[in-house]
Design a protein around this ligand. Structure first.
Ligand SMILES: O=C([S-])c1cc(C(=O)S)c[n+]([C@@H]2O[C@H](COP(=O)(O)O)[C@@H](O)[C@H]2O)c1
Ligand code: NI
Length: 383
């Protein structure tokens, strides 16, 4: 199961949330392509760049309005923009959920009816883009569960269209009802109504202690420069033990080159291993068994290649378990330069050390030294 943990130690805003998911690995091209499906009657451009925040490499997501038409949109207008787009159903549902959370808070804070609420900044194009972009990114990541830390709201006062407001802003405070908040010494707004609505819409739980195995981390940059890193951190954990399968097929009518090509394609697509076993089939026909070890997550791609690049019309699938030694790759200096070695440990004891073939191959060709000599000379015992 894929779990995403929002570490809101520096609050959360719309652009930080999008920046963090991009930094985690959402395709920028995919996001920009999907956003084209949103027809907003205002010119804008999107700026996505890597920045350094207190030494941390983070992604900054910025919506820059290239024309300044003042928009006063209400929930009905915004739902219309989203519904008329060609965005996926999931993105539309989540985007409208986030906007409704803000609208309900606005209505409560100002004593208005829901559809009479006119958003201030959140109704502006940049906030619409932030919210829809976040929905696109979270769908792209195929997340099963979202957990968040307590929310650092910041403190002090903030100036906005309303005038000067206490932090958390009234709308933010309304949205964060029931959600654990805190503030540190930083005297400014760390969590905005958009950021609060986003985390409220997606997080199933809020806790500071969240044991998980980190698969990947992303950092979304906040605008302000502060001594503490003004970033939103997202942590992806994927506890799905990727099941392994042995896929087999008996083949007797392919040429050697075709077998070679098929093996290369399968390995390049991420098969854990590919090998052929010679057999004799009915009527003593010489043939091979194609053996492909693949993880479940790669299975579809592997099957595509087998059925398009081989002559087989059927495969056998056997679920297998595998016991693997802990491995690490270390770079070490040798007289010929840097060589990577693969180190395998069994019960914390090094049981195998092997220089990386590609590195030795480069050295052999560059220095005109026989490869076998390099394996002997560069064997880790002497390294
Ligand atoms: O846009 C809305 S609805 C809004 C409401 C309030 C209230 O507290 S009421 C405050 N603000 C302030 O505007 C900026 C931008 O907020 P985003 O959520 O659009 O990033 C921020 O300072 C809010 O406190 C907006
Ligand atoms: Ni307001």
């Amino acid at each position: 199961m894929r779990t995403l943990y929002f570490d809101c130690f520096s609050g959360i805003s719309g652009d930080m949330a999008v920046g963090a998911l991009l930094d985690l690995g959402v395709s920028k091209e995919y996001l920009l392509e999907e956003l084209k499906k949103l027809n907003i009657d205002e010119e804008y451009r999107i700026d996505i760049k890597k920045v350094r925040k207190s030494g941390i490499d983070a992604t900054q997501f910025d919506v820059i309005l290239t024309e300044h038409r003042h928009h006063s949109r209400n929930l009905f207008d915004i739902e219309g923009i989203i519904d008329k787009s060609d965005l996926s159903k999931g993105v539309k549902v989540l985007s409208k959920k986030i906007f409704r959370i803000v609208a309900e808070a606005e209505a409560k804070v100002h004593g208005e009816r829901l559809y009479d609420v006119h958003f201030h900044e959140v109704g502006a194009t940049d906030s619409i883009i932030d919210i829809v972009a976040f929905s696109i990114c979270i769908e792209y990541l195929k997340i099963d569960k979202v957990i968040s830390s307590f929310i650092n709201t910041g403190r002090g006062f903030v100036e906005c269209e309303h005038g000067v407001l206490p932090v958390p802003a009234p709308a933010t405070a309304e949205i964060l009802k029931g959600i654990p908040i805190y503030s540190d010494e930083r005297e400014f707004e760390l969590t905005t109504p958009t950021g609060a609505a986003i985390i409220k819409a997606v997080a199933e739980d809020f806790k500071m202690d969240c044991p998980l195995v980190i698969k990947n981390v992303g950092y979304g940059a906040g605008k302000r420069e502060t001594e503490k890193p003004n970033v939103l951190r997202v942590i992806l954990s994927d506890d799905e033990q990727d099941e392994l399968f042995l896929i087999q097929a008996n083949i007797d009518d392919m040429t050697g080159q075709m077998y070679g090509y098929l093996m290369e394609k399968l390995l390049n697509a991420g098969a854990k291993d590919v090998y052929y076993t010679p057999i004799y089939m009915k009527k003593n026909r010489p043939a091979v068994i194609l053996n492909v070890i693949t993880s479940k997550s790669k299975e579809d791609e592997i099957l595509d290649i087998i059925f398009t690049e081989s002559t087989t019309i059927g495969v056998r699938k056997i679920k297998i378990d595998r016991v693997e030694l802990k491995r690490e790759i270390k770079k070490i200096e040798t007289e010929y330069g840097e060589v990577r070695v693969k180190i395998a440990r069994y019960k914390d004891k090094i049981v195998n050390v092997k220089p990386e073939y590609e590195d030795l191959k480069k050295i052999a060709e560059k220095n005109n030294i026989p490869l076998k000599e390099l394996y002997q000379k560069c064997h880790p015992r002497e390294m």
